[in-house]
Design a protein around this ligand. Sequence first.
Ligand code: ZN
Length: 241
Amino acid sequence: MREVLEAIEAVDWDDLPGPSDLYDPARAATGLRALATATGLVPAADAGSLLAGGGLVHDHSGTVFPAAVVAAPCLLAIARHGHPEAGATALGLFDDALAFATRDGSTRVATPYAEAVPICCALADHLRGGADLLAARGREGKRLLADAAEHWRFDVQEAVVEGEGVAAFGILAGRFPDGTPAAELHRAGRVAPLERVVLHYPPEVYGGSDACLSVDGVRPDELAPPAVLFPARCGPGPTAG
Ligand SMILES: [Zn+2]
């Protein structure tokens, strides 16, 4: 747990955005420290209340903060190495955070792969990173993974001309929905809408896998790597760029 505690100390929680009447940075840091070191049900529950009461989420108002994305690796580490009650609390917080984030539609966070990712999709990526852990956690873990899979992500590796549009080859994470969904195209700090995206060959349900998408009305250079696609339904429309 020493590494988790160091990771918590390394974050400037005061510096993270969040509504000032709801987000309480001190609760984020104190709650995470307490959850990482909890040795039973009562301390884990106390830590959980701090984190759910303004630290990472505000459960009464159904609000999730960018701090939840920053804390995601710590929550997974606590679920993996912490006391079982602390681990259960960590997954419960993840569950709340993803549910609130899915209804959010406006909060975006910077990630290593794109600059303004819908907060739900950023959380889902962290959950996929803990897929082995979650799959071993019975029904609750599998449900979290299934919820995360709705927030698919496609990383373009190659884009070539195909008729009036482009065929994009790359890695699909999560579950691409049936039909021809609208998407958000993230590239070089810009977000652009894509009206419809067609999946040519589907990968496995979980984890990353090769896939090919076809997109009309764009040029190959607009989809050139490192372009990343997310579901359009996760955001109200392009707000960054
Ligand atoms: Zn999403």
